[in-house]
Design a protein around this ligand. Sequence first.
Ligand code: ITT
Ligand code: MG
Length: 198
Amino acid sequence: MIDFTQLVLASHNAGKLKELQAMLGESVHLRSIGEFSSVEPEETGLSFVENAILKARNAARISGLPALADDSGLAVDFLGGAPGIYSARYADGQGDAANNAKLLDVLKDVPEAERGAQFVCVLALVRHADDPLPILCEGLWHGRILTQASGEHGFGYDPLFWVPERNCSSAELSPAEKNQLSHRARAMDLLRQRLSLK
Ligand SMILES: O=P(O)(O)OP(=O)(O)OP(=O)(O)OC[C@H]1O[C@@H](n2cnc3c(O)ncnc32)[C@H](O)[C@@H]1O
Ligand SMILES: [Mg+2]
């Protein structure tokens, strides 16, 4: 049985680290890959699963530790699932504010009923860089895209994502509430079951 009390998180996104560490609790120490390297691997896959595995293997290789990767994004129905795996690069690498501005602009004439979207999260855990059997867990969160940003919490597209079950944007949820409901929380529930963590 592998010791998962110390895992490297294959992500340079501080928002993910915070959320995943909060979900895992104190029994697992998540170390950021940023402690080992500032070089981000190119995300060359065509799916969330491929990119998650690629990031996990890269982090395990660099750190020598078991590695957890999170590949996630926003799939907008009206855009046929875009920006999807390209969510972080939607506005050509100009960051969250530019990504959000571009999404609002692209959807500016789209009525509310056609603004459905899902956040997607795939978690991949590898025991070592060449692990032939990565553990894969997926979570989806259904909502819709607002016509203007609202809320200060979270990161990325959270201010644009309307959460029907709470009648607010995901950036208006407290961090603890988001961590109960989100795509990442759902994927993490499955991972905890797979690892027999409580
Ligand atoms: O690849 P790493 O280093 O993990 O960090 P990243 O930010 O590049 O992460 P991704 O490649 O998985 O891209 C995810 C994109 O989807 C957005 N995203 C993912 N989860 C989100 C969440 O919970 N709330 C808001 N936006 C989210 C995020 O802001 C990015 O633009
Ligand atoms: Mg990325």
